[in-house]
Write a protein that binds this ligand. Sequence first.
Ligand SMILES: *Cc1c(COP(=O)(O)O)cnc(C)c1O
Length: 370
Amino acid sequence: MTRKPSLASLSINAGAPVAKNGNAFRHGPEFASTFHLSGDVDPEVYQYGRFGQPTWTSLETGLAELEGGDTVIFPSGMSAASAILTSLVKPGDTILLPSDGYAPVRYYTEHYLVKFGVKLKTIATREIDSFDFHGITVALLETPSNPMLDTFDIRKAANKIHQQGGILAIDNTTLTFLGQLPLALGADISMSADTKAVNGHSDVVFGHVSTLDKTISDKIRNWRKFSGNIPGPMETWLVHRSLSTLDVRLQRMCDTAILLADALEKHEKVLSIRFPGLTSDPSHAIAKQQQQLFGFIISFELESKEAADKFLAACNLVYVATSFGGVHSIAERRARWGTDQIPEGVIRFSVGCERHEDLINDVIAALDSL
Ligand SMILES: *Cc1c(COP(=O)(O)O)cnc(C)c1O
C-alpha cells in the first residue's frame, strides 16, 4: 500500500503544474487586467482581472490542497478577516471576537460594522472552552492567540456553535496549515495572514480564507469581487513561491523555539513566559492534542519597560519590529502599541531561521547584560 505524502511534502509543489519534458517547473506571474472574451459571457474562462486570473488560480489551488477546503486569496490578512466579518453577517447578528487577539480585527468591527447594526461580543481566549456560543452568528477566534498564546479546543467550539447555527472561523496565522488544520478539526473557516509565516520573507502583505462550505466561499469570493480587495499577480506569485519552503522554514523556527523557550524559562531575568511547547504552559495540553507544531512565537515578561527596551537593544541577531513568522528573528515590546492588555515588560518574540546555537547565545547574552 502506498501512503499519501504529508502536507509538508505536498507543499513543495502544491498548485504548480507537474513538469513535463521541456516545461519549466513554475510559470511566472501573469500580468493581465483583461482577457479576450467574445460572444456570450463564458463563466468558465477568465474575463477581467478583478474577477479572477491564472496566477490567483495557481495559488488558490495549492492552498486549497493544503488547507483541505476551497480557498480565496486576499491582498492582506485584514482583508481576509474583513471578508469574513462583512460578508457573513446582517444587521442584528452578533460577531464574537477574542478580547486578547489581533487588535485591528476588533477595531474594524467596532468602527465599520457596529454602526450598521451588527453586534460585537468579545471573550478572553482562555474562557472559550466554557462559553456556550448562544446567539453568536460568526466567531472569528485565534488559537494560539496572539500575543499571549492561550488556546482553546477547536472541535468543542465548533460543535457548540453549530448547535446554535453559527459559523466558526479560525485565524490560523500563528501556526499555518502545517501546524494546525482548523477545517479538519470542524471549523467552518480557516483564515490566515500570509504576510507572516506563509510568505515568511517580510516582503509581502497577503491573506487567504479557506472553507468546505460552498455557500460561504461564494459569499467570500463575491465580497472580494465587489469590494475590489484583490491581490496583485506579483504578490500572489511571491507567496506561491514561498510556499515551497514553508515546511523547512517552519520546522527550523519551531525546533529552535522549543530550545529557546527552555533557556528563557530558566533565566532569572525572565519573570514569566508563555510558549505552548513548554509542558508547564497552560496551553500545552490542548496544543498537544490539536496542533502538529507548537509554533515559533514566545511571549515573555521582563521586569519593566526599561528592561525590555534594554534587552531588545542588546540583541544582535534579533530585529526589533512588529510582525512575526519571517526568516529573521523579530521581537518587540508589545505593550508599546497600547492595544493589548499586557504588562509593559512583555516581549513578543518570533523565532526566525538562524542557527539555534547562535540565536540562543545572543538572547541569553542580552538577558545577562540586564
Ligand atoms: C498580522 C495578522 C493579521 C493581519 O494581517 P495583515 O496581513 O497585516 O493585514 C490578522 N491576524 C493575525 C493573527 C495577525 O497576526
